[in-house]
Write a protein of this length. Structure first.
Length: 414
């Protein structure tokens, strides 16, 4: 089992901190250092607990939450740990005295695997303690996740992960690397200056030990004051939400394209191809706009987001016109499996060792049931959504996942 020590801290920025350190006059390092001092001494610990996660849940969440595509981040970390601890080594001496090479250096840490594990823990804990549904999974931009938390407010969650010795330089209060905390605080101040109705969360994952896997996860909640929000009564849907929703709807539509349509979108040579592409673009725009109704199942979210429907439509059109298929069909295998799972049966995605990952698609009724039954509880993060016979099924965003043998294909979950 994966051992996790979890902490939740909260800090409300003072008006003078937002004004002073939101200015570009200060560089990130200077502003971050000053903010670390204020936040480190003024933050309040809201909760803390210790728990265990099933490694299969981590691997299931690997299908839903990370930005990078890795087959098995846990196995990657174990391989790196073997090299780090000397269990494995290069099959050659690695010494050459003429160049002053006296010993063979070990392999460096698997930074992509570390980052993926951090995003997985951020996603699992955020859907347990912030809001039940990931509204936007932001790719290649800040933040990593966006949640709708009610009252026309959104939570921006940014994941940070690292390995290393805990005795290294840390911030005063959270026992986290100063550099990571400082970057998070500066980004939070900039965002809250722009829109005090947004809530910013830093999700920090420290991989303390690989075998057995032990982690410390710290969620730092950062907010503006009620007075500052009251001074800005007009609430605008953030651009990150508008563009993220447009990309989400379009990505789903891309995932349903056939080979001929994908080829046409990639080919711009002949006039016939161009005309076919224009027709296909119009069809994609229509499909993406219809998809908006499908992905925004929560009525409160739908009301909040569709206030900016025209902005979302414009974003979809811009994205379609400059789209390349390769950027949008990365999850084609997952979409295909979800299509097969529409009738309520688990569908295979890919192999993991001697078993396979299976996915199930939640319908509107199940979505509503999760929303009604959801309560804010960090302790619920490792809990299965349900069990099918002896197999645990975990919810990761709007889909459910399991890892089991070949006889699990087609198992009903409704």
């Amino acid at each position: 089992m994966v051992e996790v020590a979890f902490e939740h801290w909260r800090y409300v920025f003072k008006e003078e901190e937002l004004v002073r350190y939101g200015s570009p006059y200060f560089d990130v390092q200077t502003a971050g250092k000053a903010l670390i001092g204020s936040v480190g001494s003024g933050a309040v610990q809201v909760s803390a607990h210790r728990t265990t996660f099933d490694p299969k849940q981590i691997l299931c969440a690997n299908e839903a939450f990370p930005e990078a595509a890795l087959a098995d981040p846990l196995a990657d970390l174990e391989v790196w740990d073997d090299w780090r601890t000397g269990i494995r080594s290069f099959p050659y001496p690695g010494r050459y005295s003429k160049l002053g090479i006296r010993r063979q250096e070990t392999k460096t840490s698997a930074t992509s695997s570390v980052g993926v594990v951090g995003e997985i823990m951020a996603g699992l804990y955020a859907q347990a303690g912030i809001a039940p549904w990931v509204l936007v999974r932001v790719i290649r931009h800040w933040p990593d996740f966006i949640f709708y938390i009610g009252g026309d407010r959104y939570a921006f969650v940014e994941s940070k992960a690292y390995t290393g010795d805990e005795s290294a330089q840390k911030s005063a209060c959270f026992q986290l690397p100063n550099k990571l905390v400082g970057e998070c605080l500066v980004s939070a101040v900039q965002q809250l200056n722009s829109d005090p109705h947004v809530q910013v969360w830093g999700a920090f994952t420290h991989i303390r030990q690989i075998s057995p896997l032990q982690m410390r996860v710290v969620f730092l909640e950062l907010d503006a004051s009620e007075d500052r929000r009251a001074s800005r009564p007009q609430r605008v849907v953030p651009d990150a939400v508008v563009v993220g929703i447009a990309e989400r709807a379009l990505r789903t539509s891309f995932g349903r394209l056939g080979d001929r349509e994908r080829e046409a979108l990639e080919t711009r040579s002949s006039s016939m191809r161009k005309e076919y592409r224009r027709k296909l673009e119009r069809a994609l725009i229509d499909a993406a706009l219809r998809e908006l109704e499908e992905i925004l199942l929560d009525q409160d979210v739908k009301v909040a987001v569709l206030q900016s429907r025209q902005d979302i439509e414009n974003a979809v059109r811009k994205l379609v016109r400059r789209a390349h298929v390769a950027e949008h069909v990365e999850g084609g295998r997952l979409y295909s499996a979800l299509e097969r799972a529409q009738l309520g049966n688990m569908s295979r995605i890919r192999a993991v060792g001697t078993e396979s990952v299976y996915v199930g698609s939640l319908d509107a009724r199940e979505f509503a049931a999760v929303t009604r039954g959801w309560t804010k509880s960090w302790e619920n993060a490792p809990e299965p959504w349900r069990r099918i016979h002896t197999t645990s099924v975990w919810r990761c965003g709007g889909a459910v996942f399991a890892i089991a043998g070949p006889d699990f294909e087609g198992s009903p979950f409704r």
